[in-house]
Design a protein around this ligand. Structure first.
Ligand SMILES: Cc1cc2nc3c(=O)[nH]c(=O)nc-3n(C[C@H](O)[C@H](O)[C@H](O)COP(=O)(O)O)c2cc1C
Length: 324
């Protein structure tokens, strides 16, 4: 299922009735809950993470759905009660958004509130940078929900500015027991694969050790996917797995895992660092690029394309997978 279809489907899954925080009750009397699950990923299990985002021009929204797809998270879009028109967003014209960002007390109302955040251990919070800060509607939200004890992962996009103090100022609105990770500004040139690799590299999937990979004895950092194939690979790696790889095609190393893993192949464009399952029982690690039907397994995150070519492109290698 492509992303735009998934988004459409998710938007149609508007569930239940609103239970807004008391302070906001008046403003949201007609609200409905719109925490949505990505249906193809949920399979009736409850997500441990939630991606909350605000986006007026779909940049943050695209990132939010990429994170949600990678981690099988639920999604909650912050929808303003008064939608922002194009004129409202024409910044540096003293437009509505400019005025709100200048006004310490501005708290634009939400059209809908999340029913309950209880089930989530991790909450991603995504926003565009507006005049160096998060839009004030994020303040409205954070003052109205309880994030105690949760891990918060702030992320943002912007035309060019850094994240600055935006996340620190949001953190000040939540209780001390909320654990905030460093804010991630998503570069404008980031690909879906970059965003997935970052989200997965946070290793927020609980209750599992970390799978370690060595190439010719050299440890490499891997952001593993969160899917059945990787779960099965972890099982095998528990006893230690050695794979004799062979160079192929001038862009990859391929080798037998010795068992079939549950695959969910789809046409995939790969680049240096990607690790995939091919044909159900072959591990492939790329130092160049290709396009074929694969199941993604992970991505090497601590090597440049040049380092990967040195490591993988000058002779067959041995890969060893172990669990921490
Ligand atoms: C009111 C307003 C203020 C903005 N201020 C900044 C800024 O200070 N620095 C910057 O790099 N981009 C700024 N931008 C651009 C947005 O941060 C950028 O386009 C962002 O990626 C939009 O995300 P969205 O498409 O999800 O709404 C501003 C945009 C608006 C509407």
């Amino acid at each position: 299922m492509n992303r735009s279809f998934a988004i459409l489907l998710a938007l149609f899954l508007i569930l239940g009735t609103a239970l807004p925080p008391a302070a906001a009750e008046d403003a949201v009397s007609s609200a409905t809950v719109n925490i949505t699950a990505l249906p193809e990923l949920k399979e009736n299990q409850s997500a441990a993470s939630l991606v909350i985002f605000f986006s007026t021009d779909d940049t943050v929204k695209a990132v939010a759905y990429t994170i949600a797809e990678a981690l099988a998270s639920d999604v909650f879009e912050i929808v303003p009660e008064a939608p922002y028109t194009e004129a409202d967003l024409a910044y540096y014209t003293n437009c509505r958004a400019d005025q709100e960002q200048n006004d310490r007390s501005a708290r634009p109302a939400l059209a809908v509130w999340p029913e309950s955040l209880d089930q989530y251990d991790t909450v991603f919070i995504g926003y565009p940078i507006w005049h160096g800060q998060a839009p004030k509607i994020l303040y409205t939200l954070l003052e109205g929900v309880d994030l105690s004890g949760k891990t918060i992962v702030p992320f943002c996009t912007s035309a060019s500015s850094g994240a600055g103090s935006s996340a620190r100022n949001l953190q000040a609105l939540t209780g001390e027991t909320a654990v905030w990770l460093d804010v991630k500004r998503i570069d404008n040139g980031s690909t879906d694969a970059d965003i997935r690799a970052w989200a997965l590299s946070l290793n927020l999937v609980k209750g599992e050790g970390t799978m370690q990979m060595k190439i010719n004895g050299i440890p490499v950092a891997v952001a593993w996917e969160n899917n059945d194939a990787v779960a099965a690979l972890r099982e095998i790696a528990g006893d230690g797995l050695t794979i004799q790889m062979s160079m192929y095609g001038g862009f990859e190393q391929v080798g037998p895992i010795g068992q079939r893993l549950p695959s969910s192949d789809r046409q995939t464009g790969t680049s240096a660092g990607d690790i995939v399952l091919y044909s159900g029982d072959q591990l492939v690690v790329f130092y160049g690029s290709n396009s074929w039907a694969y199941t993604r397994l992970g991505r090497i995150t601590d090597q440049t394309p040049e380092q990967l070519r040195d490591l993988l492109g000058s002779g067959d290698v041995t890969i060893i997978l172990t669990m921490d």
